[in-house]
Design a protein around this ligand. Structure first.
Ligand SMILES: NC(=O)c1ccc[n+]([C@@H]2O[C@H](COP(=O)([O-])OP(=O)(O)OC[C@H]3O[C@@H](n4cnc5c(N)ncnc54)[C@H](O)[C@@H]3O)[C@@H](O)[C@H]2O)c1
Length: 247
């Protein structure tokens, strides 16, 4: 397998490259990074014209134009792990998906995909339950709540018409049944914990995912890269990859 890795010098790019060497010893990785400072690295996608099966992107959302133009011109599948796209950049990815397969996810952890799927199921099974989400991350994280906690909450909300997300609980007063609470802890070096509590008057079901190492995102992206090479044009998410694993 030949993978073009955009953002190869970054933290995640280096983790992905290490995993790829371990898991695909016969594969070839073509590293691209605007910095281009480690070994033989292409500083722009357009500089590489050789063969490839797919592009994995762990760079910066500002590269979206170059990324989509290159993928379309070369008819290459695209696995987009980079986050933070503007609405215009997100539209560019959606437009590219008319020509090539594009898989985008803000969290490539397969465990989180399973967690979201189970949370939906639990919300359906216990329509009267109070649902509260708790996430914990290291003390350097800027965004609150985590994007993954929001994805989890929105998935549950999809099963609960009329419900509303409550980020943090500040005021006195009892809990409203329509609330889905989201609570954030910031401490130490925690890589990422997401919990969802589904609580009725008689029982509590707690679903919990804990990330130990950023390598889990690279594992998911590599699984996605293998999956997408067999797909036609379209915009895909990690749920599709999970469906393929389960069937
Ligand atoms: N989807 C997921 O599961 C997941 C997990 C972790 C990180 N991420 C995302 O992946 C991205 C990278 O994260 P990181 O921690 O490795 O960041 P980083 O800053 O360490 O690395 C980004 C790399 O991209 C390079 N780069 C920037 N602009 C570029 C361009 N136009 N063309 C080519 N290379 C360019 C930089 O030189 C840098 O080496 C971020 O958007 C982050 O949010 C996603």
């Amino acid at each position: 397998m030949k993978i073009i890795l955009n953002g190869a010098c970054g933290r995640m790019g280096q983790v992905f490259a290490k995993l790829f060497r371990e898991k695909c010893p016969d594969g070839t990785m073509i590293p691209v990074d605007a910095k281009g400072e480690v070994g033989e690295i292409y500083t722009a996608l357009a500089d590489y014209e050789g063969p490839a099966d797919c592009i994995v992107d762990f760079s910066h959302h500002s590269s979206t134009d170059a990324l989509t133009d290159y993928a379309i011109a070369r008819r290459l599948p695209l696995v987009v792990a980079t986050t933070g796209q503007t609405p215009e950049e997100a539209a560019k990815l959606a437009a590219a998906a008319k020509f090539v397969p594009v898989l985008q996810a803000s969290n490539f952890s397969l465990g989180i995909v399973v967690l979201i799927s189970l949370a939906r199921q639990a919300a359906r099974a216990f329509p009267e339950a109070d649902i509260e989400i708790v996430e914990a991350h290291h003390n350097r994280k800027q965004d609150v709540p985590s994007g993954t906690a929001l994805s989890l909450a929105k998935a549950v909300q999809g099963e609960r018409p009329g419900s509303r997300l409550l980020i943090g609980r500040h005021e006195n007063g009892k809990r409203e049944p329509a609330e889905i609470g989201i609570h954030s802890l910031r401490m130490g070096n925690v890589v990422g914990v997401h919990e969802i509590h589904i609580c009725t008057d008689t029982q509590t079901l707690t679903l919990r995912h804990e990330a130990h190492d950023r390598a889990l995102f690279a594992e998911g992206a590599l699984t996605a890269a293998k999956w997408i090479t067999g797909m036609g044009p379209g915009l895909y998410d990690m749920q599709r990859v999970l469906d393929a694993i389960l069937h």
